[in-house]
Design a protein around this ligand. Sequence first.
Ligand code: F6R
Length: 614
Amino acid sequence: MCGIVGYIGNKEAYPILIKGLHRLEYRGYDSAGVALISEDGDLKIYKSRGKVAELERIMQSKDTGGHVGIAHTRWATHGEPNDINAHPHYSESRNLAIIHNGIIENYALLKEALQANGYTFKSDTDSEVIVQLIEYIQNTNRCSLPEAVRRALRELVGAYAIAIIEKGNKTRIIAARKSSPLVVGIGQGEFFLASDATPIVEHTDKVVYLNNDEIADISLDHGLRIFDIDNNESDIDIKQLQLSISELEKGGYPHFMLKEIFEQPKTITDAIRGRVNVEMTNVVLSGVIDNKEIFINAKRIIIVACGTSWHAGLIGEYLIEDMCRIPVEVEYASEFRYRNPVINKGDIVIAISQSGETADTLAAVELAKSKGAFIFGICNVVGSSIARATDSGAYIHVGPEIGVASTKAFTGQVTVLMMLALTLGHHKGTISQEFYLDKIKHLCQLSEQIADILQLDNQIADLAKIFTYARNFLYLGRGYNYPAALEGALKLKEISYIHAEGYPIAEMKHGPIALIDSEMPTVVIATTDKIYEKTISNIQEIKARGGKIIAIINPDDNIVRKIADYIIEIPRTCEHLSPVLASVPLQLLAYYIAVYKGRDVDRPRNLAKSVTVE
Ligand code: F6R
């Protein structure tokens, strides 16, 4: 949510900043801006409503010279997405410029106090308050910029990742973070700054992840120094990036989302690699094995997550209860953190997050930790805040997910949850050896089966064309496929803006069936599992009311294929892994409907990939 990028060194800053903004655009695209210190020390800000491309267009006629700069791509919180509210923001004297990701909760009080001292505000943002406060402290205390930043941060309530540059100062950027991510890249006589490592990787593979309440004083004179809010200097912990540039590019696909859907045969293999042995007789999730006693003795598991990750969590509940006989609750992180939940010492909290930065999930982790729970993370982004806040965990290893709609992360999360349940069930003795081996076999078939489903690309694109007219959609599934139906509906609504609801199919009779008419397409996941017969009856009920059915079926189906209006045939797997396969055609269906409706698939309106605000 908002992307920030900074550069200081001997190269021209602008090209690095603008490329960095493109990499971070998935975090927000309401407006974009850049602040540069020119060769003569002047501080200039250029900004504009709209996407980074719009800023780039404006910059064609501007002086882009300078070796130090900061830039921002915004997801609006306070103040509408217009030119004025775009970042960076100047301080009163225009000596300082700031970019900010996060929310300052006490901004109104601070603003009033600053206004009483003669400060005038140009924007409606909470962010402008920070830069004004820093300048006020600089002036009233006659202190250095890093000291003024440190003192200002002590006054702020909320979340921030900020970077500040100062007129006349060509050698320094000050940055700080609390609850919003920030990474410093270390090059040869140059430094980079960004919300995540994606703008940095093509320049250096050495990075430092700032911790909460840390301030980075980045200077060409003394290098990188990090202080906490009490002015204690911290050690510099340099990490090596494991990221390649090709993973950040579209690779010939029209959209990142389509690329990421098509990557799934590989990402599933990557998620399994090193965890299932070549003989397919053993699965080991080391985060579980290293904490075997804690897992085996767990009285309860609570899964916390948001959005698509929450859907994966629902499947996790079914898997763990079925195979490990441990009660599982799945909670929206945003609800969990504010409702005084009962958390006992023997509880395990599993936090699922692709980005590892979702503010609500991170807060839920911190709450559970403070109450003594053992925290296990299932994240994608290595070194992310949630991954670092947990006691143990398992990465899903699906590579950067850039399309705002989550696809390969979902299938990776379910795959890891399956491996977790199998590892634990096996060690706990709650599953038979035969069951264990059978499920490992199915796990290892997933990748090829997804490759087969992707062959249906053209068929699904044709089907999508038929349904671009629809204003509403229903997605129905049962058992393990109920969360897959929820996920299918979420995919469609977020990228096509068509209203879609997911339901457990048997719930239809309790209300939603009233919606059915010939205008309402219904997607039913009707795989031939143990509740297949029941699903057939539910489909008949919809057909009897004139509804149009798109059914996801298995090759051995010979009933639903005759009743449904359209079918998509996917390979058969065990019920536990069925949602992984069923979700792939639903991703494609949503993708093509959105494309035919002319939507901006990778950057749907009002959304951002990494939700670092509440
Ligand atoms: C939907 C989607 C979101 C995220 C949610 C949680 O396609 O991407 O619903 O799943 O914002 O994000 P993470 O997994 O990064 O915590």
